[in-house]
Write a protein that binds this ligand. Structure first.
Ligand SMILES: Cc1cc2nc3c(=O)[nH]c(=O)nc-3n(C[C@H](O)[C@H](O)[C@H](O)COP(=O)(O)OP(=O)(O)OC[C@H]3O[C@@H](n4cnc5c(N)ncnc54)[C@H](O)[C@@H]3O)c2cc1C
Length: 299
């Protein structure tokens, strides 16, 4: 039951959470996970009396868990960046996500910052978003009326705007396993004006899987901080699919770099100029391909 004076809600089960959100109807509210984005936002723009629904006391195994989901990998929205850094399974299967989590803020922030918070904030420099776009993650949204899935690159309708509706939460993300792979190259690179506690000037996530014939069977490339939202550089990534390592020559790399840079719409701000961002983006994408070729041609 919603009372007009109550502003903090602490649902303990998923059904209690869903009922609470349903009872709000069209009334404004905000969801609080780790609070590392939301509390700063509310400090900047206080909204007295705003209902805040705290997920900190939610006891739902799936929400806070990394596990299997019908042959895919499941990451609950309540999983923290620190959980991802220490998950051996993710480290082995999706190193790009581990690297992104390790690059997020500081140890203290990683302890509370959640996957759900990073994704729903929708910052163009969101580190976990960048990795999850390269991995082709699918967002699972839930409410009292439905559970549905949407590919992560369709989750964003604009800068910091998601397709979440009133009464709906991000429950977690599903990572399709694909058809299997023999080897992989999976990296996240973040360039900032200093090493820690800094939003990126440019970030790039690349996840490449090779089949048993050393041919690229799957490739994801995501670009952060160079447009209003994280970009899925699909055209650039597709140029590598089907290629063997020996076929990735300078001409192909130039094409991939041009396709990636062509997708960027960087701005000039306090951290860097648009020109600098474009140069760095091209260098990072090329550097990743060179590292991949170097690593696998010596095998
Ligand atoms: C000093 C500092 C450094 C930072 N450095 C980085 C960095 O290097 N890289 C980076 O990517 N980010 C960085 N951040 C941003 C932040 O830490 C991350 O975005 C973090 O993952 C947010 O998660 P949270 O759990 O704290 O979210 P919250 O602050 O609790 O919530 C963020 C938003 O998501 C919504 N929300 C949360 N969970 C759900 C859910 N399950 N369903 C629906 N809506 C939900 C909230 O309503 C809110 O709008 C930094 C923040 C600070 C303060």
């Amino acid at each position: 039951m919603i009372t007009p004076t109550q502003t903090l809600w602490n649902p303990r089960t998923m059904s209690e959470l869903m009922e609470t959100l349903k009872d709000f109807g069209a009334m404004p509210y905000r969801i609080l996970a780790g609070g590392t984005d939301l509390l700063l936002e509310l400090k900047r723009r206080p909204q007295p009396g705003l209902a805040v629904v705290n997920l900190g006391q939610l006891r739902d195994e799936r929400f806070g868990q990394v596990g299997l989901d019908d042959g895919a990998v499941w990451i609950g929205a309540g999983v923290t960046a620190a959980n991802l850094c220490h998950n051996e399974w993710i480290a082995k299967r999706w190193p790009v996500l581990c690297e992104a989590a390790m690059n997020l803020a500081s140890t203290q922030i990683r302890m509370v910052a959640t996957v759900g918070g990073n994704l729903v904030t929708g910052s163009p420099s969101g580190d976990l978003i960048c990795a999850l776009v390269a991995m082709g993650a699918v967002c699972r949204l839930t409410s009292t009326w439905q559970v549905h899935e949407t590919p992560i690159n369709e989750f964003y309708l604009g800068p910091r705007i998601t397709s979440l509706s009133q009464g709906e939460i991000l429950y977690g993300v599903v990572l399709p396993m694909g058809t299997g792979y023999a080897t992989m190259y999976s990296r996240f690179v973040k360039v900032g004006t200093r090493r820690a506690m800094e939003c990126s000037v440019v970030s790039v996530a690349m996840h490449v899987e090779f089949d048993e014939h050393n041919r690229i069977s799957r490739c994801g490339l995501a670009l952060g901080a160079v447009a209003p939202t994280v970009i899925d550089a699909r055209e650039a990534a597709d140029m590598l699919v089907g290629k063997q390592i020996g076929e990735i020559n300078a001409e192909l790399m130039n094409g991939v770099v041009a396709a990636a840079v062509g997708r960027a719409r960087p701005i000039s701000d306090l951290r860097a100029s648009a020109w600098y961002r474009t140069q760095v983006l091209g260098n990072v994408v090329r550097g990743l391909m060179e590292e991949m070729v170097d690593k696998y041609s010596r095998r």
